[in-house]
Design a protein around this ligand. Structure first.
Ligand SMILES: N[C@@H](CCC(=O)N[C@@H](CS)C(=O)NCC(=O)O)C(=O)O
Length: 211
């Protein structure tokens, strides 16, 4: 129990190698929201993952026996609705909300492209499609180069403070550098590289490393 009206402590499924799981875990830690983890693999624990989420995906947040939130964006939105509006990491309304959602669409899209590329390169040699892999990697890089332009040399994307676009980009850059070393070069995304290093040095990131 988390002490609040006898509510059970939510359980976050998935491993921190998943950038979608990690952005939720880091955000919950940053917001001081209690949670436990069920470390399920999307490769080795398929039946259990599918029992929790019919799509067979992580993350899911098990709130109680009959209440499961699926999809990282829905989980993050749930917590943005719980905190004081000025602490919400995606603004709840106004033009700032549109901007945050735009930045997040590019970041999540680029992360997804890197995951597709990762699957592509694991095909057996006779089924490899180098053009497809090159395109998926290019889409990944272009997404982050566009975000570098949006950041425009500032420390944070919006409002001079760390918000969800910053968290998601940092998690994404670290993930892509982990699976494709060299794909996202410092010289192509200098301000984003700096933002990522600053985020990764924060306690919420440090205690929840990729893995
Ligand atoms: N839109 C989803 C994407 C989640 C996602 O793609 N999760 C991956 C792991 S990073 C997964 O579970 N893949 C297994 C599959 O799709 O079969 C979210 O934001 O939660």
């Amino acid at each position: 129990m988390n002490g609040k009206a006898n509510e059970p402590i939510p359980v976050l499924t998935g491993r921190l190698i998943s950038p979608f799981v990690r952005r939720v875990a880091v955000t919950m830690a940053y917001l001081n929201m209690p949670f436990e983890r069920k470390i399920l693999s999307i490769i080795d624990d398929v039946p259990e993952v599918e029992k929790i989420n019919p799509l067979g995906r992580v993350p899911a947040l098990i709130m109680s026996k009959n209440n499961v939130i699926i999809d990282s964006a829905a989980i993050l939105d749930h917590y943005d609705q719980q905190v004081d509006p000025e602490l919400a990491l995606v603004p709840l309304e106004g033009t700032d909300r549109g901007r945050a959602l735009y930045l997040l669409a590019i970041a999540c899209g680029a992360i997804e492209k890197s995951m597709v590329a990762n699957g592509e390169r694991k095909r057996p040699a006779e089924k490899q499609m180098p053009d497809k892999l090159a395109r998926q990697q290019r889409q990944t890089v272009q997404g982050f180069v566009a975000l570098e332009a949006e950041l425009d040399g500032r420390d944070w994307f919006m409002n001079d403070k760390m918000m969800q676009p910053d968290i998601t980009c940092a998690v994404g850059v670290s993930f892509i550098r982990h699976i494709f070393p060299g794909l996202l070069d410092d010289k192509d995304i200098p301000a984003l590289s700096d933002l990522t290093a600053r985020c990764e040095a924060l306690p919420a990131f440090e205690k929840l490393p990729i893995g």
